[in-house]
Design a protein around this ligand. Structure first.
Ligand SMILES: *Cc1c(COP(=O)(O)O)cnc(C)c1O
Length: 397
């Protein structure tokens, strides 16, 4: 008889053959600037731990203390018996940080997009999405019964065209949701959120920004993209983010009006039906928000190192794509060559992961580097020299 699971090995083999499979490396110990990956001491150059908070003593101490006072689990989902004072306090502090009326914390950023988007729009509505939006937005969109259409990447004129065309439809969409990443995770460019909000405003559409890579990075004190552009909550209605990147822990969140938050927690199935964060997670997130509120130096240092790295890499002749943020892709093109560059750098003691199809287009394979505020000046010198050596060997520069 035919094996009904035969496709598993066949499909995996084709991923390996096209060099698009994930080779998992193992980190022993914390995600620190110098860490141990596959048993080798290397400089971490591709984590999302922008500010070095994932191993910060204040966050670790807060997590340990919460275990002592609250235990390791919340015991339930939040609507039933798992809503702890730590969760409520975290939301209060996050809303204050975001200068929003209210905030809501989800288990992850993915769970936020998958849980909230399909509630904001449904049958008879329209989602208008940047063509390079994150996979969790794509899945959230697919879970909705709304029509969907994409506009060209960060192209506001194309967005206008899509919104005008939507008005011509009969029947016209009941609600329109314009949705975009704030900072695009593969290219490091910034969405023109001010102009997107203007265009959406002219057509009476809601605006939803996923600021996973903008928080802790953009705006005064790392408050994110809405603060970066100085926009109001009447212009950007849903500001979504995550605690898994610059905040250094895990968890998704959304900020906006009280009405948005009341709606969101009563409607999002990912929030209602999945266990709430363990106390140490909530407490560590709370300590991260507190740290950003009180210590601006981490964000400043991140940008200082980012500017220096980009300048030196460009001077060497590397193509850094459209990046404007600490996400700096080093464009390679072919996925086999991107992997070869990553492997060579790893030999030299630098850990930067290749990003290949289907994460990015087939001919746009790259190494994605992400700057980290905890690096020393010498660490950055080390990274640039490793790139210079490997880049010359592979004839990229
Ligand atoms: C990482 C990321 C997410 C998912 O966040 P998690 O909290 O890690 O689930 C969502 N959107 C974007 C743009 C991201 O980069």
């Amino acid at each position: 008889m035919r094996d009904p699971t035969g496709f598993l090995a066949t499909e995996y083999r084709s991923l390996v053959d096209s060099a698009t499979d994930w080779k998992l490396r193992v980190l022993s110990g914390p995600s620190a600037p110098w860490c141990t990956v596959d048993g080798k001491k290397v400089l971490m150059f591709c984590s999302n731990n922008y500010l070095g908070l994932s191993n910060h003593p204040r966050l670790k101490e807060a997590a340990l203390e919460a275990i002592r006072t609250h235990g390791v689990g919340s015991g339930s989902v939040r609507p039933i018996a798992g809503n702890m004072d730590l969760h409520v306090e975290l939301e209060r502090r996050l809303a204050a940080f975001k200068r929003a009326e209210a905030s809501l914390v989800y288990q992850s950023g993915f769970a936020t997009n998958a849980g909230l988007i399909p509630q904001l729009v449904g049958e008879g509505d329209l989602i208008v999405s940047d063509e390079l939006n994150h996979g969790s937005i794509i899945d959230g969109t697919r879970l909705s019964r709304a029509d969907r259409t994409v506009y060209r990447h960060t192209d506001v004129a194309d967005l206008e065209r899509v919104l005008s065309a939507a008005e011509e439809r009969t029947p016209a969409p009941r609600r329109i949701l314009v949705i975009t990443d704030g900072v695009f995770s593969m290219d490091g460019d910034i969405a023109p959120l001010d102009r997107i909000a203007d265009a959406a405003g002219r057509h009476g559409a809601m605006v939803y920004v996923d600021d996973a890579h903008g928080e802790g990075v953009l705006g005064p004190g790392g408050r994110g993209i809405v603060a970066h552009f100085g926009l109001s909550r009447d212009q950007v209605h849903v500001e979504m983010g995550t605690f898994s990147k610059a905040f250094g822990v895990v968890g998704g969140h959304v900020s906006g009006s009280r009405a948005l938050i009341d709606f969101a927690y009563n409607k999002s199935r990912t929030w209602l039906l999945s266990g709430s964060h363990p106390p140490p997670v909530a407490a560590a997130c709370l300590a991260a928000v507190d740290l950003l509120e009180t210590e601006g130096k981490h964000v400043e240092r991140l940008w200082e190192l980012t500017h220096r790295f980009k300048k030196e890499m460009r001077a060497l002749g590397f193509d850094l794509g459209a990046s404007e943020t600490p996400i700096t892709p080093v464009m390679v093109g072919d996925s086999h060559r991107a992997k070869a560059l990553s492997d060579r750098l790893f030999d030299l003691g630098l850990f930067a992961l290749p990003i290949v199809y289907p994460m990015v287009a087939k001919e746009k394979a790259r190494l994605r580097t992400i700057m980290n505020a905890a690096l020393t000046d010498d660490d950055v010198t080390f990274a640039v020299s490793a790139f210079a050596k490997a880049g010359r060997e592979l004839r990229l520069i």
